[in-house]
Design a protein around this ligand. Structure first.
Ligand code: MN
Length: 312
């Protein structure tokens, strides 16, 4: 996945999230990927840049299609300073990267790509597909001390599940509910898919974490406030539980973590700590340096927007 907004834009400088005891509700914006797949972008927002180290959250689908190119079709593009985390509830995505990885992710498995100082990748719906795509793609900002680490790719198949009655949470990354997931992370955080039945579910949460809840199917109430598909609910630190009410079964994405406090600039597909890092990464990609090549994708690389802002 990529930030494919074509308009030139300035790096986002990212302050910490707001302190708020109650659920804060934010509307996702609709973004069109090149293929025609539209995504609901819940992070970053002007009023909320990060939740823990999570700095980007796209929810796509359920999207029905007849040919693969009407679904995921994202040409080569670079990343620095982040991990991409891909979680599907339906469908498949074929990932290729400049490390030589070729991996198809399916529902119930997790892809984590660590860019470190630089990686390039493509993502596409494979020819052999279910005709529907539904999932999340998220970015984690690496802490400043890890931004220059080697790139890496992990595909995790075995994930722990928390259960309470008919409620279930698949922990796809990090630590929560007394469980640990297997993917490599670089700051205290969690990411899970929740499936709640009709009625009330009380979910234990880590008090040191701020959290975000994103409705993927159905509608719920949190703190007696409604939360629907296309909305992100933000909960600040200090909680030990979250009460979720639903009139019908619902599916949610849940993210959390200790607030991210390192300098953070986001521009296009780059996460950095300074303008110079972003500028140098853009120059290197355009010059064919540093990131390596992705082989096997039938299509052009993504266009690179202008970087208009002067150094500050
Ligand atoms: Mn990407």
């Amino acid at each position: 996945m990529s930030d494919t907004e074509e308009r030139p834009h300035a790096p986002l400088v990212c302050p910490p999230g707001p302190a708020n005891d109650e659920l804060l509700t934010l509307d996702a914006s609709i973004q069109q990927l090149g293929s025609g797949l539209s995504v609901r972008r819940a992070l970053p927002k002007r009023t909320l840049r990060t939740i823990g180290a999570w700095c980007f959250l796209d929810h796509f689908g359920p999207h029905q299609f007849s040919t693969p190119r009407e679904a995921m079709y994202v040409g080569a593009h670079p990343h620095i300073g982040l991990q991409t985390v891909t979680w599907l509830t339906e469908g498949e995505v074929l990932h290729r990267d400049s490390l030589g990885t070729v991996a198809t992710i399916e529902a119930g498995g997790l892809n984590v790509m660590t860019s470190g100082r630089g990686i390039a990748h493509t993502e596409e719906t494979p020819n052999d597909n279910a005709g529907v795509l539904h999932g999340l793609q998220l970015w984690l900002a690496l802490p400043e001390r890890r931004r220059e680490m080697d790139p890496a790719f992990e595909h995790v198949f075995e994930l722990p599940v928390w259960r309470d009655g008919a409620a279930e949470a698949t922990l796809f990354i990090g630590d929560a509910f007394g469980l640990s997931a297997g993917a490599t992370i670089h700051s205290p955080l969690m990411g899970a898919e929740l499936r709640v039945p009709a009625g009330r579910t009380t979910l234990p949460v880590t008090p040191e974490f701020e959290h975000g809840l994103l409705v993927m199917e159905g509608s719920i109430r949190v703190d007696d406030r409604p939360l629907e598909v296309g909305q992100l609910g933000y909960l600040s630190r200090g909680r030990r539980s979250v009460c979720i009410e639903a009139e019908a079964p619902a599916r949610l994405g849940m993210i959390g973590g200790e607030p991210y406090t390192d300098p953070l600039l986001m521009w296009w597909n780059f996460v950095g700590g300074s303008y110079d890092e972003i500028h140098e990464a853009r120059r290197a990609w355009l010059a064919g340096e540093r990131f390596g090549a992705v082989h096997g994708f039938d299509g052009p690389a993504l266009g690179v927007p202008d970087l208009l802002l002067s150094r500050r």
